[in-house]
Design a protein around this ligand. Structure first.
Ligand code: FES
Ligand code: FE2
Length: 391
């Protein structure tokens, strides 16, 4: 961006609402390359939206705690003594020390490692050493800064906006469609965890390039030969709602020419709690702005795309299954996850290429296909959030 460009130039007015049936418009290239846009997104998007942090199982009992980073702030998520969830900014109200850094032992309190101010799990300040020597120690006013927290589909989301509409309300239809994959009994498999950023993969693309890529199947015939053999490309559906998008892709009956995929087709069985119909379909959900969840008959993969620079993003995630799964489901899941890693590698290369191409001076995006209607939805949501913030 030209250094003399103003914020208003950075965030132009969105195009008019597309007519019914029109896929809308892709975002202009500078939304993916301009550090000023990346900076604006911190407050306009990340500080106001529900951000996936972990799964309920990552906070197994009272006192369990972990941290995440949301819109540049460290957030502390805890399981309180009554078993509910609480979230706070991870900063001591005395002189600003980071309170928790992973891994931390459980306990009934959060004690600052600097001077020992102590908070209850719900954030109340309950003790400070030599309290009588601290004039104006107004404990009720010095609780940890609260953060909104919600469990949805068994996953834990936080929102810095304390007035935010609950996710369960904004994504009601989604819970109806895929709620049966979640619930108690969903347990992690493997070592990857959503909140473990150090373990997560990074990709060389703006976070929105990664979300865009997840939001369309138009590239599948060209870029993902395995998916093309497994999925009935002609029959996948996209349900675009205001706050989420749900894709449903039926599996093909025709045996794949690849033996591993054929084995998957033979073994695929639904996890406990799923129906026979779920065996024949892969579902993908995007919760605006950056939560991505794959619902397979044999596992659930939840991940997120977090900007680490305007041209780079971390994509931490975790795999989950239902307790009581059969050996057959377990085998199917192993194969499916292997196919998933291949697809991920193909996508990682593509998003890097998109990011590189976006830097071409004068590039303007071409028209979207009907199969990219969710890309148009995402572009509109991003533009609206940035525009609203500018106003
Ligand atoms: S900074 Fe936390 S007790 Fe002093
Ligand atoms: Fe892809």
């Amino acid at each position: 961006m030209n250094p003399s460009t103003t914020r208003a130039d950075t965030v132009a007015a969105p195009p008019p609402e597309p007519p019914p049936g029109h896929p809308g418009e892709a975002l202009p290239a500078h939304y993916y390359t301009d550090p000023a846009v990346a900076e604006a997104e911190t407050e306009a998007i990340f500080a106001k939206s529900w951000q996936l942090v972990c799964h309920e199982s990552d906070l197994p009992g009272p006192g369990a705690r972990l941290t995440g980073t949301v819109a540049g702030r460290e957030v502390l998520v805890v399981r309180t003594e009554d078993g509910s969830l609480a979230a706070h900014l991870n900063v001591c109200r005395h002189r600003g020390t980071r309170l928790v850094s992973a891994p931390e032992p459980e306990g009934k309190a959060i004690r600052c490692p600097y001077h020992g101010w102590t908070y209850k799990l719900d954030g109340r300040l309950v003790g400070a050493p030599e309290a009588r020597r601290i004039p104006c120690l107004d404990k009720p006013r010095l609780g940890l800064f609260p953060v909104n927290v919600e469990s949805f589909l068994g996953f834990v989301f936080v929102n810095l906006d304390l007035e935010a509409t609950p996710l369960a309300e904004t994504c009601a239809g989604l819970a109806e469609a895929v709620g049966h994959y979640a619930g108690p009994g969903l347990v992690p498999v493997g070592k990857h965890r959503i909140h473990d950023l150090a373990d997560g993969e990074e990709q060389n693309a703006n976070w929105k390039v990664i979300v865009d890529n997840y939001l369309e199947g138009y590239h599948v015939p060209v870029a993902h030969p395995a998916l093309m053999r497994l999925l009935d490309y002609g029959a996948y559906t996209v349900d675009v709602q205001e706050n989420y998008v749900l894709f449903e892709s039926p599996l093909r009956d025709k045996p794949s020419s690849n033996w591993t995929e054929r084995l998957y087709q033979r073994l695929a069985t639904p996890m406990p709690g799923l129906t026979e119909a779920d065996r024949r379909v892969w579902r993908y959900a995007v919760i605006y702005p950056n939560t991505l969840i794959d619902f397979y008959p044999d596992h659930v993969l939840a991940w997120t795309a977090l900007p680490t620079a305007q041209d780079r993003a971390a994509i931490p995630g975790g795999f989950y299954t239902r307790t009581g799964e059969s050996l057959r489901t377990r085998l199917a899941r192993r194969i499916n996850i292997r196919i998933g890693w291949e697809t991920n590698d193909e996508d990682a290369e593509l998003v890097e290429r998109v990011q590189a191409g976006m830097r071409t001076p004068g590039f303007e995006p071409g028209p979207l296909s009907q199969r990219e209607v969710a890309v148009g939805w995402f572009a509109r949501r991003v533009r609206e959030d940035l525009e609203e913030d500018t106003r």
